[in-house]
Every structure is written in structure tokens, then in C-alpha cells.
Design a protein around this ligand. Structure first.
Ligand code: NCD
Length: 310
């Protein structure tokens, strides 16, 4: 990869993506081969927003490469509470760790923080901006289940605030994908994202209902309404519960439709779908480990075991 920091999926070429996904597949097939590759290395975790999967899978990935993590912990228990700036926090933790993972509620925070550090910094979500490592594991899951060539995908839910959606949409412009965006009008993709996608020559259509596109889909990617990003709780309540994928809704879907979700889900996918062949969202979450191992391996560079052998 040409970039030391991973901030948005716009940085990633098709070759970059395929290299990470191929490496992830190798790791998934033989994790022992890399079990000591980064012995003694440390990954700094800076999560200014709640996280389960992203944080724990980064931690698992680093440990499975032989390394360990240093974790800032919650904002409540860190010096951020005393008014420390993000720039100072990352400059300090850079001195403790070989790479940093940052999640922050402010869009653009990762771009700003990366300007202050020399170690690789990975954006694990910046407000309603981007979440490129989620995209890598999404692409891995799509590749395994439906293939990335000649793909017809429906991306549904909170397209306005959903950072996983923005990152995925940009990344898919590297592939031959028909992208259908389905949402209530108030949660449509930001106009600048639609503009960019058109500029990239992507095939993009927007819909306010699923019915007309469902039968053509290889993949349906569902997202949670991002309650915490709404300026007013009232605006959230107006759209809450607007859509739910259940067995009735999927009546007209192809038998081989793959249903994905970055998780956590609230009520967008009924539990009755979990046991069907459509459901790929838990597998998707599990894919976060080999994919993040592959990415960390690329960003951390030369293995420590190699250093010792020299
Ligand atoms: C997503 C996020 O944080 O953007 N979660 C995740 O990392 N899997 C999606 C969400 O919170 O809805």
C-alpha cells in the first residue's frame, strides 16, 4: 500500500484492496504462520466513542500477530476529561506504540490526528465520515459470498450518517458494481458522495423502497439508524423503525441473496433471518480479525521475527 495512514477508502486502489483481502484469506487458512510475526509490537487504541467489534477485533488481530495493545480506555477515565486536545493525545500515545487506531465522534478527526504522528494511524470511524477497515472486511465478506465482479448490491438504511456506507460506496467504485441505495428521503446519501460516485463512473441508483430492486440483488447491506448523530432526538424518532428485514420482506429475494450488516443491529433485521442461508452478518463480524491482521501486517512492515534472525 502506498499510504502509511489509512483514513478513508478513497485512498485504496483495487490492487491495494485485493492485496489485503488475499493476505487475509491466507491468514484465515493458516493463522499459525503469522503467530509471532509482530512479537513485542504494540498497537495503541484510542476510542473516543463506543465500540465492541472494531476495538476487540483490532485487539484480537494484534495479539494473534504476536503483539499486544495499549488502550487509552474510556474518555471518562483519560486525560481527555481534563481538556487535553486530540493532537496532544495522539502525539503522546505515538511514543508508546508502533501504530495507532483512532475512533472519534468528529468527522475529519483522523485526518487531523494523522498530521501529528509518524507511526501508521488507522481511522476506525470519524463521526459520519469514514470507516475504511469495516469496508475491507465488508469487501472480504462480499467476495466470499457473492464475488466482487458483476455485483448488484442494495445498501439500505441510514445512508446520511452511516460511515460504513460512505466507505463501502467509494471502495466499490473500484469494482464492476451496480449500487442501489435505499433509504427514507431524510436519510439519503450526502449529495457530495453521490456526486463523487458519479464522477468515478459508478453505477448508482437511489430508491425510497426495497421492493423494486430486491429481486435483482446479490447482496443487501443493511445499516442501523445512527441515533447518536441526529441533531434532534425528535428527528430520529420520525424515522426510527421505518424498515425491518424479515422473512416476509425477503419473499421476493433470490435464494442466494447475501444479507449483511456492520452491526450492532437494533431492529433492522428480524432474528428469524439469522438462521437462514441469507444471513452473513456474524460471519462478517468474524472476518474482522483476519482482515485486520492482514492490514496491520502490511502497515507494521518488516516482521520482528525477521529482525531477530538478522
Ligand atoms: C459501525 C460504526 O461504528 O460505524 N459499527 C462497526 O464498527 N461495526 C456501524 C454502527 O455503529 O452502526
Amino acid at each position: 500500500m502506498r499510504h502509511d495512514h489509512l483514513i478513508t477508502s478513497k485512498q485504496l486502489s483495487r490492487a491495494d484492496i485485493e492485496a489485503v483481502l488475499d493476505h487475509a484469506a491466507e491468514i484465515a487458512a493458516d493463522p499459525d504462520a503469522v503467530a509471532h510475526r509482530h512479537d513485542g509490537r504494540l498497537l495503541g487504541l484510542l476510542f473516543f466513542e463506543p465500540s465492541t467489534r472494531t476495538k476487540m477485533s483490532f485487539e484480537t488481530a494484534m495479539k494473534r500477530l504476536g503483539g499486544d495493545v495499549v488502550d487509552m480506555g474510556s474518555v471518562e477515565s483519560s486525560s481527555v476529561k481534563k481538556g487535553e486536545t486530540l493532537a496532544d493525545t495522539v502525539r503522546v500515545i505515538e511514543g508508546y506504540a508502533d501504530a495507532l487506531v483512532l475512533r472519534h465522534p468528529r468527522q475529519g478527526a483522523a485526518t487531523m490526528a494523522a498530521a501529528f504522528v509518524d507511526v501508521p494511524l488507522v481511522n476506525a470511524g470519524d463521526g459520519a465520515g469514514h470507516h475504511p477497515t469495516q469496508t475491507l472486511l465488508d469487501l472480504y465478506t462480499i467476495r466470499e459470498n457473492a464475488g466482487l465482479d458483476d455485483l448488484t448490491i442494495g445498501i439500505m438504511g441510514d445512508l446520511k450518517y452511516g460511515r460504513t456506507v460512505h466507505s463501502l460506496a467509494y471502495a466499490l467504485t473500484n469494482f464492476d458494481a451496480n449500487q442501489h441505495f435505499i433509504s427514507p428521503e431524510s436519510l439519503q446519501l450526502p449529495r457530495e458522495v453521490v456526486y463523487d460516485l458519479h464522477q468515478q463512473g459508478a453505477s448508482v441508483r437511489e430508491h425510497d423502497g426495497l421492493e423494486e430492486v430486491l429481486p435483482s440483488l446479490d447482496v443487501l447491506y443493511v445499516t442501523r439508524i445512527q441515533r447518536e448523530r441526529f441533531p434532534e432526538e425528535q428527528e430520529y424518532r420520525e424515522v426510527a423503525g421505518e424498515y425491518q428485514i424479515d422473512a416476509d420482506v425477503l419473499e421476493d429475494a433470490r435464494d442466494d441473496l447475501t444479507v449483511m450488516h456492520p452491526l450492532p443491529r437494533v431492529d433492522e433485521i428480524a432474528p428469524e433471518i439469522d438462521e437462514t442461508d441469507h444471513a452473513a452478518y456474524f460471519e462478517q463480524a468474524h472476518n474482522g480479525v483476519p482482515v485486520r491482521m492482514a492490514l496491520l501486517d502490511v502497515l507494521l512492515g518488516e516482521p520482528t521475527r525477521g529482525d531477530r534472525d538478522e
